[in-house]
Ligand binder design. Structure first.
Ligand SMILES: C[S@@+](CC[C@H](N)C(=O)[O-])C[C@H]1O[C@@H](n2cnc3c(N)ncnc32)[C@H](O)[C@@H]1O
Ligand SMILES: [Zn+2]
Length: 175
C-alpha cells in the first residue's frame, strides 16, 4: 500500500536481467502511466563526466536523455526514484514518453502481476565504433527477438532486390 492508501502498481526487487528490476504488483492496464523517471537534470558534458563508459568494465548508468541539452541522472544519490530500476528489453511491455519536460513510463500492453517491467533503451548509434559498442552494451533481456545489444537497431538499408521491386512498381504506374 502506498502513502496515499492506493495499492502499489509495482515492486522493486532482484531481476534475472540485471541487478534490481521493477515488477508488476497487480494487473497494469495498457496505457497506464506507471511512474515518472526522476533524478537530477544535468548537461551532456556533466553526464559524460559522471559516467565514463571507457573506464567501466561493464556498462551501468542511470542516464535518460530528455532533450538535446538535458539528461536526467536517475541514480538514487541524485534524486532518482523507482523508475531508475526498470531494465531494458528488446520485447518491451512499457515505453518512455516525454511530456512537458518530464519522462513517464507507460504500459504498452496489459501486464500481469509478477512480470518484470521493461522498456527499450534504444541507445543512439554514433556511426563510429558501433560494432564495438554493440558488444559493450550487450543485452541480457532473454526475449526471443533479443537483438543482443541495448543499442538502437541499425537503420535497414533497402536491398538490391527490394529496390528493383520498388522501381518495377513505379514503372508500372502503381505508386
Ligand atoms: C537504469 S539501470 C537499471 C537498474 C539496474 N538493474 C540496477 O540494478 O541498477 C540501467 C543499467 O542496468 C543494466 N541493464 C538494464 N537492462 C539490461 C539488459 N537488458 N541487459 C543487460 N544489462 C541491463 C545496465 O547495466 C544498464 O546500464
Ligand atoms: Zn535484448
Amino acid at each position: 500500500m502506498s502513502a496515499n492508501g492506493r495499492e502499489l502498481l509495482y515492486v522493486v526487487r532482484n531481476s534475472p536481467i540485471h541487478g534490481r528490476g521493477v515488477f508488476a504488483a497487480r494487473y497494469i492496464r495498457k496505457g497506464t502511466r506507471i511512474v515518472e523517471y526522476t533524478g537530477e537534470r544535468i548537461s551532456n558534458r556533466e553526464a559524460d563526466r559522471r559516467y565514463d563508459d571507457t573506464r567501466m568494465k561493464r556498462h551501468h548508468t542511470f542516464l535518460f536523455t530528455l532533450d538535446k541539452k538535458t539528461v536526467i541522472d536517475g541514480a538514487i544519490e541524485t534524486g532518482g526514484g523507482d523508475a531508475s530500476f526498470i531494465n531494458h528489453s528488446c520485447d518491451p511491455n512499457c515505453e518512455a514518453i516525454i511530456t512537458g519536460k518530464k519522462i513517464f513510463i507507460h504500459a504498452l500492453r496489459g501486464i500481469y502481476p509478477g512480470t518484470e517491467l521493461a522498456y527499450d533503451y534504444q541507445y543512439e548509434r554514433t556511426g563510429k565504433n558501433d560494432a564495438k559498442l554493440e558488444k559493450f552494451y550487450f543485452c541480457r533481456c532473454g526475449a526471443e527477438n533479443c537483438r543482443g545489444s541495448i543499442m538502437k537497431p541499425p537503420k535497414k538499408r533497402r536491398s538490391a532486390s527490394r529496390a528493383s521491386r520498388a522501381s518495377h512498381r513505379s514503372r508500372s504506374g502503381r505508386q
